[in-house]
Write a protein that binds this ligand. Structure first.
Ligand SMILES: Nc1nc2c(c(=O)[nH]1)N[C@H]1C(S)=C(S)[C@@H](COP(=O)(O)OP(=O)(O)OC[C@H]3O[C@@H](n4cnc5c(=O)[nH]c(N)nc54)[C@H](O)[C@@H]3O)O[C@H]1N2
Ligand SMILES: Nc1nc2c(c(=O)[nH]1)N[C@H]1C(S)=C(S)[C@@H](COP(=O)(O)OP(=O)(O)OC[C@H]3O[C@@H](n4cnc5c(=O)[nH]c(N)nc54)[C@H](O)[C@@H]3O)O[C@H]1N2
Ligand code: SF4
Ligand SMILES: [Mo]
Length: 723
């Protein structure tokens, strides 16, 4: 092994820790007989369970599906899966109602009315794909491939999606990432040279969570790691302007003023440095720029931060002492959806530096494993054509530090609206609902208005499909194969446990069939789904039959190899020369983000445990969990405005206004209001969800952090009055 490589074991030592083409027509999708055959072949105990993989959120836990007479009757967690460990969350358990939703789209649809009127006719796959390919090729011929925008949210068929995009020759790739975690990924890359270090809770003794609502915004394994840690008596300090379920489990909740987490962390760093409580040896050996940091934070005292954050100075000082007392056993969580404010990037840098000061590498933080699935095979394919057109989202020509694969989705949308540097004409959307997930819904609808052609691949008529010209219905996750996924040292299979209902197809099938019509067949060199998976597992020497039976297969043991912090200096960069070269602050510095004018409120968003984003509100089982989604407001603020619980109110921001009922609750700061995402659907094709609640996306103003490209979702201010 080269000298400059460190293994996970080395990191353990380091931190002082101890523990641990033409074939389209013959390409047959999985159908009744196949599914039935599969079930019969893998039910040796006759209990009717088939192992597969959940898709109710991107966490993809292992599932055991109980099948009776070709219907799924129950979903359970697969005890062998490291994410679910035998459990499923409420969404995972309700997954069968996604498959059996009466509003599923079960045949391809072609629009017949005006856009948004919701009038579609059923079409055959041949016709729908021919129309899609014809329109995409027309746009390519007339305006160039860059006039087609492609967007998707993380899915197992991402490789095939990217083959379509880059094979077609477009640079315009929209992903959810800039609405989600750009700030965290870019900050970690600048500091550690890696996107997201792994967190390990096995030895943790003190946890600081900054707006990471792990008890509701679920990441199954990490949520259970946190639960176990709390049960062991580990102290959790949680910062959130809202009293969430995580706040209720934490030892301490700090109702911090939105946008001021940076001040809080700078003050922790101030105390830890000024009192000499940092890990001197670790800092001396493995970091660059400590002296500059020490100098830069002298003014950031707890008293200074108290006046900004609303958290008392003595609390901040005590947290600093407790955190540094725990030393390498402390963990400051870097968050996940870190798209709150324009200063979220600097906040993320401060969190990375705080962890560095206690030297928790090898104890609670580890280098992330390398690219997943490196040992897997894949079908051969030609290189992509050279793309010379600039990206509409300004990456990297306006935003040099945003990685191409992250992109800036909200800026891409605005690039479409501005028609600069050229006008986009077509949009291919898969497994995503940009009409609701992008800020400022009206602008997203206007961007749709610029399109000659829109195709959406989903399982429902989501709000984006409602405005599409062609809807391509994917088989649900219980009805299809997908490429295998690597988790730890195992690969996990998603396989059909029932026959697909109606005329729906897997993404592997749809992309190949469309790709061939676009003249891109060489990027889809597999006969069918099973053939694709066989090519994936070929280097592993395992049998497909065994994989189907167990739902997983072992991969060869591989020690994740990682360069000694693959940063320019080879060390952890407290001081970033890269940022300096880009004319950005090389050391995090306090930046006050915009504040609401008197009488206005910060608008908070944040996940609820029983729903995934904008995609599960139509699920009849999950719908039953619901209290009507309302606008949270503190009684003190409500009184000032003369508002009562359950009043219908109008919330207005600089970009839009919604009517919603009021929920008076002390679980929120008086200067904030909160709306759960995922309501206020426009699509009448979602008959259960339509008409329920309002959409915060109508209110969110669009913002772009110039360093990471992140959207700032809390940086929207609203006035509220009786409707
Ligand atoms: N059940 C469920 N689980 C999910 C998801 C889901 O849709 N449903 N989605 C998954 C995805 S894609 C993601 S990105 C993660 C997101 O998980 P998290 O990162 O935990 O993000 P959110 O739930 O969006 O927001 C968390 C909290 O941030 C608070 N907040 C807002 N502004 C500020 C601020 O300025 N400072 C502080 N300290 N807090 C602030 C909000 O009140 C909210 O409670 O969840 C994942 N898990
Ligand atoms: N106001 C507000 N805006 C936000 C957020 C917020 O909290 N509040 N969160 C932000 C974050 S963190 C994220 S990650 C993004 C998410 O933004 P999006 O990814 O756009 O939102 P989702 O609702 O997850 O979209 C997933 C789509 O996939 C569909 N789907 C489900 N299963 C399948 C399947 O098997 N096949 C296919 N083809 N489709 C399927 C669902 O019906 C849904 O329409 O939103 C961001 N925007
Ligand atoms: S967290 Fe819940 S919804 Fe997500 S994959 Fe796991 S069980 Fe499914
Ligand atoms: Mo996200």
């Amino acid at each position: 092994m080269p000298e400059n490589l460190l293994t996970r074991r080395d990191f353990l030592k380091l931190g002082g820790g101890t523990a641990a083409a033409a074939a389209a027509a013959q390409f047959i999708p999985p159908r009744a007989t196949q599914a039935a055959r599969i079930i019969a072949s893998r039910d040796p105990h006759g209990d009717g369970y088939v192992p597969t993989t959940c898709e109710m959120c991107v966490w993809r836990c292992g599932v055991r599906a109980r099948v009776s007479e070709d219907r799924v009757v129950k979903l359970e967690g697969n005890p062998e899966h490291p994410h679910s460990k035998g459990r499923l969350c409420a969404r995972g358990q309700s997954g069968l109602m996604n498959t059996y939703d009466p509003d599923r789209v079960l045949t391809p649809l072609v629009r017949v009315g005006k856009r948004g009127e919701g009038l579609f006719r059923k079409a055959s796959w041949d016709e729908a794909l021919d129309i899609t390919a014809k329109n995409m090729l027309k746009i390519k011929e007339k305006y160039g491939p860059e006039a087609m925008v492609f967007s998707t949210t993380h899915c197992l068929s991402q490789t095939q999606f990217e083959n379509l995009l880059y094979g077609f020759g477009s640079p315009n790739y929209g992903t959810q990432r800039s609405l989600c975690f750009n700030a965290m990924i870019v900050a970690n890359s600048m500091t550690f040279g890696m996107e997201e270090p792994a967190r390990d809770y096995s030895q943790v003794q003190y946890i600081l969570l900054t707006g990471r609502n792990l008890m509701e915004a679920i990441s199954t394994s990490e949520t259970s790691d946190l639960t176990d840690a709390i049960a062991r008596g580990v102290k959790v300090v949680y910062l959130d302007p809202r009293f969430t379920k995580t706040a209720s489990k934490a030892a301490e909740w700090c109702a911090i003023r939105p946008g001021t987490d940076l001040a809080f962390h700078l003050a922790l760093i101030n105390v830890i440095i000024s009192e000499g409580r940092y890990n001197h040896e670790f800092v001396a050996n493995y970091t660059v720029g400590f002296e500059s940091l020490a100098e830069a934070v002298t003014a950031y005292t707890p008293e200074w931060a108290a006046s900004i954050t609303g958290v008392e100075a003595e609390v901040i000082r005590r947290v600093a002492l407790e955190f540094s007392d725990a030393g390498p056993y402390a963990l400051a969580h870097n968050g996940w959806r870190t798209s709150n404010f324009i200063n979220s990037f600097a906040t993320e840098r401060a969190i990375a530096i705080l962890n560095t000061l206690v030297g928790n590498w090898g104890v609670t933080m580890f280098p992330a494993a390398g690219e997943e699935g490196g040992a897997l095979g894949k079908p051969p394919q030609p290189p992509y054509p050279r793309i010379s057109a600039l990206r509409l989202d300004g990456v990297p020509w306006k935003f040099p530090f945003v990685p191409l694969k992250l992109g800036i989705f909200q800026q891409l949308r605005d690039g479409i609206l501005e028609g600069q540097p050229y006008q986009a004409r077509g949009w291919f959307i898969a497994r995503q609902n940009p009409i609701l997930s992008l800020p400022d819904r009206q602008r997203s609808l206007e961007a749709f208005g610029k399109m000659d052609f829109i195709a959406v691949m989903d399982i429902f008529l989501n709000d984006s499909a409602w405005f599409a010209d062609v809807v391509l219905p994917e088989a649900s996750y219980l009805e299809r194969y997908d490429p295998v996924i690597t988790v730890g040292n195992r690969i996990w299979l998603r396989q059909p446990v029932i026959e697909p209902q109606g005329d729906v197809r897997s993404a592997l099938w749809i992309y190949k069939a469309l790709g061939e019509r676009l003249g891109l067949g060489d990027y889809f060199q597999y006969e069918d789904e099973e053939d694709y998976i066989r090519q994936q597992i070929a280097p592993l020497g395992i049998s497909f039959e065994e994989l189907k039976l167990r739902g997983y297969a072992e991969m060869p043991e591989s020690e994740p190899e990682i360069h000694r912090w693959p940063t320019p200096s080879g060390k952890i960069e407290i001081y970033s020369s890269t940022l300096e070269a880009g004319k950005f602050d090389p050391i995090p510095k306090w930046q006050e983000p915009p504040q609401p004018k008197p009488g206005m409120f910060y608008l908070l968003t944040g996940k609820v445990g029983q729903h995934t984003q904008f995609g599960t509100q139509n699920n009849l089982l999950l719908h039953k969990y619901e209290d009507v989604p309302r606008l949270w407001m503190n009684p003190v603020a409500a009184q000032t405005l003369g508002l009562q619980d359950w009043d219908l109110v109008e919330a207005t921001s600089e970009v839009g206004s919604v009517k919603v009922q009021l929920k008076m609750t002390e679980a929120i700061r008086p200067d904030c209001v909160y709306m759960a995402p995922g309501y206020g659907h426009l699509s009448k094709g979602l008959r259960t969800a339509y008409g329920v609640g309002a959409s915060s996306s109508v209110l969110h103003a669009t913002t772009v952090d110039p360093i990471s490209g992140g959207q700032a979702l809390t940086q929207t201010f609203v006035s509220v009055k009786k409707a």
